[in-house]
Design a protein around this ligand. Structure first.
Ligand code: ASP
Length: 324
């Protein structure tokens, strides 16, 4: 389906004026309280992952908490074999192995992460299990896979025949170049605010297509691919992970919001940190952020970045501004 058909206005950062906590000291009629509470829930995700955002939104509407809903949302793309950057059907590394990275962070500041996991589709849920069922924050590779099996996850071959075919074609040239805005999908980073105004998020990816064996990007690294502070808001990243890691992008954005910037201004500052003084910008990085009030920011180096938003029962794709 043509991505442009989803495009709506380019309005970014058009925030909500009210949220329940601001009014906790006021006495109001139940109708008014109800209408303010209806400003949430909110679910936003990187790229045109409309279905994932809708699933997260519906989960929030059914009173699920922000973390559960973010994981429910990203699970749609993890299982979608046509998405070549996430989960089942994701692009393999140079050796032909599909290895997945994911992390999650909840509204209490707890987090979990898995890196370079083979044979498991729902790695965001696995990252939550690491957080809840182990004394650790990160499990990698075979250890993460073994833990998944212990927890009852099914193992599957993540390399579909289509991804295998594309890898064989890539092998003919073996050119390793990060491609800007490759395809319609990329890493999915999801931020949710639930009806209690709690913020949480999930980030899940197969990483850069044809990466070196063992390479891990920003997506499973708390503070780089994802960061949440329930007092402030949250941020997620997509694009060339090496550049996000060097600037600890998602943490930077949340800290800039703490200092008084809007999510939009914070995303722009974080991108500026990457592009400043650089001549060679043949890669993409994009950020998506939200504050506690539900104001949204999105910004990327190159044009083409969009995000999917669920709010007030509606899901739409919104185009981000960019440096170029
Ligand atoms: N950030 C991911 C990585 O570097 C790639 C992506 O967003 O497509 O692994």
């Amino acid at each position: 389906m043509d991505r442009r058909r989803f495009f709506t206005s380019a309005s970014l950062g058009g925030g909500l004026l009210f949220h329940p906590q601001l009014f906790s000291n006021f006495s109001m009629t139940s109708t008014k309280i109800q209408s303010i509470e209806n400003k949430f829930p909110l679910a936003i995700s990187t790229w045109n992952n409309i279905k994932a955002s809708r699933v997260a939104g519906e989960s929030l509407e059914q009173n699920a908490d922000a973390l559960t809903s973010a994981i429910n949302g990203v699970a749609v793309e993890e299982a979608n074999q046509t998405n070549r950057s996430v989960g089942y059907g994701g692009a393999p590394d140079r050796s032909g192995k599909v290895t997945l990275d994911a992390c999650i962070m909840d509204s209490t500041g707890n987090c979990g992460s898995v890196m370079a996991v083979e044979n498991v589709v729902h790695v965001a849920a696995l990252a939550r299990d690491v957080m809840e069922k182990t004394p650790h924050v990160i499990l990698t590779g075979n250890g993460a896979r073994k833990f998944a099996i212990q927890q009852g996850y099914q193992t599957v071959d993540l390399l579909t025949s289509e991804s295998h075919q594309l890898w064989l074609e890539w092998l003919q040239n073996e050119q390793f170049k990060p491609v800007i805005n490759a395809g319609n999908h990329d890493t999915i980073g999801m931020l949710c605010i639930d009806k209690s105004n709690h913020v949480a998020g999930a980030c899940t990816t197969s990483g850069l297509a044809y990466k070196m064996e063992g390479r891990v990007g920003d997506s499973p690294i708390i503070g780089s691919g994802l960061y949440i502070d329930n007092e402030i808001g949250g941020a997620v990243a997509t694009g060339l992970g090496e550049e996000v890691i060097k600037t600890v992008g998602s943490f930077l954005i949340v800290e800039l919001i703490r200092q008084g910037l809007s999510p939009q201004e914070a995303c722009e500052k974080a991108i500026e940190r990457i592009v400043k003084g650089r001549k060679n910008l043949d890669f993409q990085v994009a950020y998506l952020a939200v504050n506690k009030k539900g104001d949204i920011g999105a910004y990327s180096i190159h044009k083409g970045f969009t995000y999917a938003q669920y709010k007030n029962g509606q899901t739409k794709e919104i185009r981000s501004d960019s440096v170029y």
